[in-house]
Ligand binder design. Structure first.
Ligand SMILES: Nc1ncnc2c1ncn2[C@@H]1O[C@H](COP(=O)(O)OP(=O)(O)O)[C@@H](O)[C@H]1O
Ligand SMILES: [Mg+2]
Length: 290
């Protein structure tokens, strides 16, 4: 197969591993920075160009679009779709998973377990927003945040009120969520490829931190997930339309709760923690699809 890995950095662990596994299986693979692609969007012969050359005769693309490039990256993926190229994740599915509010609404509609979450835009409803999630402590999340950066803990009622009012003042879009204290700064990362969880790890936050993002210093350890956790991970990816996804789940006192779904889950943490060849599973999946 001729595969294009859409990524802004060919030196990242995830990019290198996907290239390595694709080559090992005899495929022709190139890493292309989506920011440097340009397109002919006319309907009779849609095309993506890179460095004055047509990117045609491609069998499959693996999009790994960075948060900063979401808008443009999605348009490049959409263009490959218009050319009839198989996309490991579609532009729509990437867009859905990048919007935390939309994701939660889609998952809630299908009855998947989520932390209690509220959202509003009027300044007068702060008290009710807090009440809806069961009071403080709670977390306030910026809708477009990533790597834990937009997630803040409101420990007391007073602090939560101030936080919500401050975000409003900044006209930021955020949601308010019940704080799952009992997970003690850990969550599960379930790596979904196709309709299977191919690897899973528990991420444990560093001392004094409640966010278990690897970028916030958390460590990944191998974990055995329950059949229920496996089932909701696969369902969640399916609802988002993602074929490759990192589904994050917290173990709460009332069962597993989905926190978020990533369309470009990193490979370094999960391969390191599980010693599994996750990059190879992605290539195997593409082989079956093509
Ligand atoms: N409701 C919650 N209760 C407790 N911890 C949470 C909650 N939501 C998020 N966290 C912690 O914060 C981390 C980052 O939150 P997340 O919603 O995944 O945002 P990001 O996109 O920035 O990773 C999670 O991995 C988890 O450890
Ligand atoms: Mg996260």
């Amino acid at each position: 197969m001729k595969i294009v890995l859409l990524s802004s950095n060919s030196k990242l662990y995830s990019s290198k591993r996907i290239v390595e596994e694709a080559k090992k299986k005899g495929h022709d693979i190139r890493v292309i920075n989506p920011a440097r692609c340009y397109m002919d969007i006319t309907s009779d012969k849609p095309m993506v160009y890179f460095a004055k050359k047509k990117l045609n005769k491609i069998d499959a693309i693996i999009p790994r679009i960075s948060q900063a490039l979401t808008f443009y990256g999605m348009s490049v993926v959409r263009q490959f779709e218009a050319m009839g190229v198989y996309c490991a994740n579609t532009a729509d599915s990437i867009g859905r998973s990048r919007d935390k509010l939309l994701s939660l609404q889609l998952l809630a509609k299908q009855g998947l377990p989520l932390p209690r979450t509220s959202f509003a835009s009027s300044t007068r409803q702060t008290e009710d927003l807090i009440k809806l999630v069961g009071g403080a402590p709670l977390v306030v999340k910026l809708l477009q945040g990533t790597q834990g950066k937009g997630v803040i803990l409101g420990e007391t009622h007073k602090a939560s009120e101030s936080l919500i009012d401050a975000f409003r003042e900044l006209e930021a879009n955020f949601l308010v969520q019940e704080f799952i204290k009992e997970a003690k700064g850990s969550d599960l990362r379930c790596f979904v490829v196709g309709d299977k969880v191919v690897a899973s790890m528990m991420r444990v936050a560093k001392e004094g931190e409640f966010r278990s993002n690897i970028h916030r210093g958390a460590t990944g350890v191998k974990v055995k997930i329950t059949p229920e956790e496996r089932e909701i991970s696969v369902k969640a990816a399916k609802i988002m339309g993602l074929r490759i996804a990192g589904v994050d789940i917290m173990r709460s006192a009332s069962g597993p709760k989905i926190i978020e779904i990533n369309s470009s889950p990193g490979l370094e943490g999960i391969e390191g923690a599980t010693k599994l060849n996750v990059a190879g599973k992605i290539i195997d999946f593409l082989e079956k699809k093509k």
